[in-house]
Design a protein around this ligand. Structure first.
Ligand code: SF4
Ligand code: SF4
Length: 339
C-alpha cells in the first residue's frame, strides 16, 4: 500500500467541457454524446465567467477547455479573453471550423497552446473514425492556419487499434506542424468509445512497445499516457461539464458526480469523500518506474482502475508491470458506477 500523500485544498488544473456542441458528432472514439446545436442546459456566458472568477480567486493555476468543440460555442473566444490573464490557458479542438481570421483572433488572445485532435494520420483512417468524409482535410487545414498565425499546436492521437501501426506518422505530423509536443492519449471506455471497444481497444503492451520504438527527433516531446508515464493525476485535477457537474476528470464521466456548481460552490464539491480519497493517492501497490517519471503518481489512472476492477485503490490495469493480468481489450460485463 502506498502511503497517503499531501491533499490539496484547491486543484491546480481545472478542465471544462465548455460546450457539448460538435459538428462531427458521430466519432467512433467520442467520449460524449454531442449535439449539433448548443443544448439549452449548457452553462451560460455569465455562469462561466462567474466560475472563472471563483477559480482565479481560489488559486487555480491551469485552466483548459474542451467539448464537443469549444470553437462551436459562439461566445467561446469571449470566455477565453475573460480568463486569459489569470491562468495558464489552453483548449482542445478538432479545428474543422478554423478560418484565417479565427486563427488570427485566437493567436491574439495569447494562449499557451492548442491541442488539435487527429484521430488518424490519413484521410482514410481519420474520416472512417469520424464518419465524416473530408473531416481530415479540414482538421489539417485548421491546424496549419493556427500554426501560421503563431499558435503553438499540439497534435494529439487517441491511440487505438487502427492508428497504432502508424504512430510514427504522428511524429511526422508533429514535425510538419512545427510542434514541440505530440500527444499519444489513452482510449477510455466512455460514450461511443465504449460501444466500439471491441473494434478500437489496443493491447497496452503493444502500445508501450510501439511508443518505445518511435524515432523521435530532438526537440519533440511525446506526451504519453502509457507506461512508464502512467499518471495518477487525480490529486491535482478537476473537471466541470458543460452543464456544471463536477466530475473530477473527463475520464470519470458517468462514474462519479460530486455535485453541480450551479447549486454548490465548486470547492465544496472538491470535498466529496470519494474525491478526497482519490486525492490521497492511497493505492494498493505502485510501479516505481511510473512513480519516478511522474511526480507523486502511484498506481496509474483511477478511471481505468475502477472501470476494470471496481476498486478505486486498485493498480491501473493498463500498466504492463502492475496490471495483474487484466485484459483491457475486453470490457467488464458492467462498468461500475459510484452514483
Ligand atoms: S470525438 Fe470530438 S470531434 Fe468527434 S464527435 Fe466527439 S467531440 Fe466531436
Ligand atoms: S481519472 Fe485518470 S486521467 Fe483522470 S485525473 Fe484521475 S488519474 Fe488522471
Amino acid at each position: 500500500m502506498t502511503k497517503p500523500g499531501m491533499v490539496l485544498d484547491t486543484p491546480i488544473v481545472v478542465g471544462t467541457q465548455v460546450t457539448n456542441t460538435c459538428d462531427l458528432q458521430h466519432c467512433k472514439q467520442c467520449y460524449t454524446d454531442c449535439s449539433a446545436t448548443p443544448p439549452a442546459e449548457d452553462m451560460t456566458f455569465d455562469e462561466w465567467t462567474n466560475l472563472i472568477d471563483y477559480l482565479a480567486e481560489h488559486g487555480v493555476i491551469h485552466l483548459y477547455f474542451e467539448g464537443g468543440d469549444p470553437l462551436l460555442r459562439p461566445d467561446f473566444l469571449d470566455i477565453l479573453r475573460y480568463a486569459q490573464s489569470r491562468f495558464l490557458l489552453w483548449f482542445r479542438t478538432h479545428a474543422t471550423t478554423v478560418t484565417p481570421a479565427l486563427a488570427q483572433e485566437i493567436a491574439a488572445i495569447g494562449l499557451g497552446r492548442v491541442v488539435v485532435d487527429f484521430f488518424g494520420t490519413s484521410a482514410e483512417m481519420h474520416d472512417y473514425l469520424t464518419g465524416v468524409p473530408g473531416s481530415y482535410e479540414k482538421t489539417m487545414r485548421g491546424a496549419e492556419l493556427l500554426r501560421e498565425a503563431g499558435v503553438t499546436v499540439i497534435p494529439a492521437a487517441i491511440v487505438n487499434r487502427l492508428n497504432l501501426p502508424h504512430l510514427q506518422r504522428y511524429v511526422e505530423l508533429g514535425q510538419r506542424l512545427g510542434a514541440e509536443e505530440v500527444g499519444l492519449l489513452r482510449l477510455y471506455p466512455i460514450g461511443a468509445a465504449k460501444r466500439n471497444w471491441a473494434e478500437l481497444a489496443p493491447d497496452p503492451r503493444e502500445v508501450t512497445a510501439a511508443i518505445a520504438a518511435l524515432d523521435v527527433p530532438e526537440g519533440l516531446r511525446m506526451m504519453n499516457g502509457f507506461h512508464p508515464y502512467d499518471a495518477n493525476c487525480c490529486w491535482v485535477n478537476a473537471h466541470i461539464t458543460s452543464t456544471g457537474d463536477s466530475i473530477g476528470c473527463p475520464y470519470l464521466r458517468g462514474m462519479v458526480n460530486y455535485g453541480n456548481v450551479r447549486e454548490t460552490p465548486f470547492l465544496e464539491t472538491w470535498q466529496d469523500p470519494l474525491y478526497r480519497q482519490l486525492r490521497t493517492q492511497e493505492i494498493e501497490d505502485d510501479c516505481p518506474e511510473c512513480t519516478t517519471n511522474r511526480m507523486r503518481s502511484p498506481g496509474g489512472c483511477r478511471s481505468s482502475a475502477f472501470t476494470f476492477t471496481g476498486r478505486w485503490d486498485a493498480t491501473d490495469p493498463f500498466c504492463p508491470e502492475m496490471g495483474n493480468g487484466v485484459d483491457v481489450t475486453l470490457l467488464p460485463a458492467t462498468i461500475p458506477v459510484r452514483r
